[in-house]
Design a protein around this ligand. Structure first.
Ligand code: SF4
Length: 627
């Protein structure tokens, strides 16, 4: 490694806040750690593994909440306001890793820090205020059980931001986080949700309502490299603008994915009891219809975004006419629309605002409510079991009432606040046949992935409560050595995951918006010119692999076994209609999983071998115990 590393891209500093003692201090991040883990999820899992004791309760004071940026954060790299949040997940008991775009990461960097580590638990409800000179804890009693949007508004007013000028950035929780709903999210800059794994519940368990950052200091840049950096970023932009995903997101938003996904049978409809929508609903879910007929829009781009796919919108027609909120994504249209039997896009937009304000993860909310709706239809649960709420397909008011109860852990909401997998256990009957979740304990992304096996498999074996690799099955990728499907489909599926996981995790170390991704070659060139490093593509993929293995070792340390690398009954069922009718991963899943373990250099129970750990420079005294 070049001696000059890091010449730019980092402050080499983290801010540690102990909420039990009130201690706030700045600490040096060793250069060796940055070389080995880069930042984002990599830095996060390093800090989680090394600083949170084995067996710490996810909602106890020993768990840490880690906000980590990467070397691109705050730079001119497109979509580089991104940050990762990591902690032990209250949903799974393993590592949680959630990312959000917006401005928060860039503001943290501009305040002089690469990461924040929040530990302990405050006696009083507080928020943290950070600027380039100060970090102080202030009472947040005036925000108790306030929604995330109102919290954002009140804090902006208190810190002299009149509108939404982005001079400050705010990450906060709604009532779901305060009441430790296990799938509570952190909302940053009004609607950029760090959602996976219950990170908002951990923030709530610490009595930390919000973090306000007002940083406007310089971002470290390698001396004399400004022009070179600009050139690399220009090339990056050209590449990402020309990519298929980039074009779609720029022109249509992720709503443009709905129709093609539906036509392939990849959209969940009514808890995956089908994947086909009636023609009239499909017409209302068309991106052009929503953009032109349903919305009036004002762009709301994130830090250095070239796509501006986020907009603030006003609903022009339908029962939610006049509602002002955020433009919805594919996953919201599927999650709160097709999966719940709701067909009015304006109402889905309103529900999105309502749920973001409560501060919950869309994936878990979608499959929790759809399971209860199907259970109600099948007579597994009645109105009386839901505190008098008559939850049937498409009933918007019933959904709102129930979600409000969940966010406050009131009545039946207290049971449901534990997420899909735990609710299945609590309700018994045949809920284990209809619940949609992976065995680690979290709901998957809102796709009908039963015949989209690359997407399903990367979530089943994920160590992050989200997607660990990329679904490139069928497409091929010469840069990663992925061919078109081979004669052995089981090994092919395992191979795609083995080869895409390291790239995806490397990207999450760099911390930028996934929609703006470019080739690995371009990412590495940009990293080298920003930090003064001399990384190669191989060394960067090795870093991604190291991060996956450290995540894996953390999870094994906390009790993960190969039985957790599996999925619920419904996810293994064949669709009864649509293009995937009759297909299921069930018959070959064990072979795929074993092939994956073998390709990753793990033993036949999914534990990284000593040779693998040594090759990745990961050595742990507890390995013998685990094995
Ligand atoms: S593409 Fe969308 S999410 Fe990504 S940085 Fe741009 S506006 Fe933000």
């Amino acid at each position: 490694m070049n001696e000059a590393f890091p010449a730019g891209g980092y402050h080499k500093k983290l801010l540690r806040i102990n909420l039990t003692t009130g201690m706030i201090q700045s600490e040096e991040i060793p250069v060796e750690v940055l070389k080995s883990y880069i930042g984002g999820t990599g830095l996060g899992i390093y800090l989680l593994y090394s600083q949170v004791p084995t067996g710490a309760l996810p909602l106890g004071p020993e768990n840490n909440l880690i906000f980590a940026t990467g070397p691109f954060t705050g730079s001119l790299v497109p979509g580089s306001g991104t940050y990762s949040v990591m902690c032990k997940s209250p949903l799974t008991g393993y590592a949680a890793s959630a990312q959000a775009n917006g401005f928060f990461g860039a503001r943290l960097k501009a305040a002089g820090f690469d990461a924040l580590v929040v530990q302990g638990c405050s006696e009083e409800k507080v928020y943290l205020y950070i600027d380039s000179n100060t970090a102080v804890l202030k009472s947040s009693e005036f925000l108790n059980n306030k929604g995330a949007f109102e919290t954002d508004k009140k804090l902006r007013a208190r810190h002299n931001e009149k509108g939404y000028e982005q001079k400050i950035s705010i990450a906060c929780i709604g009532p779901a986080g305060e009441n430790q709903v296990r799938f509570a999210a952190i909302s940053s800059d009004r609607g950029h949700m760090a959602a996976s794994g219950g990170v908002g519940a951990v923030m709530g368990s610490k009595n930390l309502k919000a973090i306000v950052i007002s940083g406007d200091g310089p971002i470290p840049t390698a001396p004399g490299k400004k022009n070179e950096i600009k050139k690399e970023i220009f090339r990056w932009r050209e590449e990402s603008n020309a990519s298929g995903l980039g074009k779609t997101v720029h022109e249509k938003g992720t709503l443009g994915l709905f129709k093609p996904y539906h036509d392939k049978g990849w959209v969940p409809v009514k808890n995956m009891t089908t994947n086909q929508l009636p023609e009239d609903t499909l017409a209302k879910f068309d991106w052009e219809y929503i953009q032109n007929e349903v919305y009036e829009k004002v762009p709301r781009a994130c830090h250095t975004c070239t796509f501006t796919h986020c907009h603030t919108v006003r609903v022009k027609k339908g029962p939610s006419k006049g509602f002002i909120g955020e433009e919805i994504e594919y996953e919201i249209l599927a999650g709160y629309g097709s999966n719940w039997g709701i067909s009015d896009p304006g109402t889905i937009t309103m529900l999105n605002g309502f749920i973001d304000d409560l501060g919950m993860d869309a994936k878990e909310v979608s499959f929790l409510i759809s399971m209860l709706m199907e259970g109600r239809q099948k007579g597994l649960i009645g109105k009386d079991d839901l505190d008098g709420i008559d939850l049937t397909w498409g009933d918007v008011d019933a959904v709102k009432q129930l979600l409000e109860k969940i966010s406050l852990r009131k009545g039946m909401g207290d049971v449901l606040a534990d997420g899909v997998a735990r609710t299945v256990k609590a309700l018994g009957k045949e809920f284990d046949k209809i619940g949609v979740y992976v065995k680690q304990g979290n709901a998957p992304h809102v796709h009908d992935s039963r015949t989209r096996w690359g997407t399903l498999f990367t979530q089943i074996i994920s160590n992050t409560t989200s997607q660990e690799g990329m679904d490139m099955t069928g497409r091929g990728n010469p840069e990663l050595g992925i061919t078109k499907p081979t004669a052995d489909p089981d090994r092919y599926l395992a191979e795609v995951q083995t080869k895409t996981g390291p790239k995806r995790q490397f990207e999450e170390c760099l911390a930028f918006c996934y929609f703006q991704a470019c080739s690995l070659k371009q990412m590495v060139q940009t990293l080298n010119v920003i930090t003064g490093a001399d990384f190669s593509a191989e060394s960067c993929l090795k870093i991604g692999e190291r991060v996956i293995n450290l995540l894996r070792m953390y999870n094994i340390r906390e009790g993960l076994s190969m039985e957790d690398d599996s999925y619920s009954h419904r996810l293994g069922q064949s669709p009864t209609d649509g293009p995937g009718k009759g297909k299921s991963l069930n018959s070959t899943f064990n072979e795929v999983r074993q092939a994956y373990y073998e390709m990753m250099g793990w033993d036949n129970r999914g534990v990284p071998t000593a040779e693998t750990l040594e090759r990745l420079n990961l050595t742990f005294s507890h390995i013998e115990k685990v094995r």
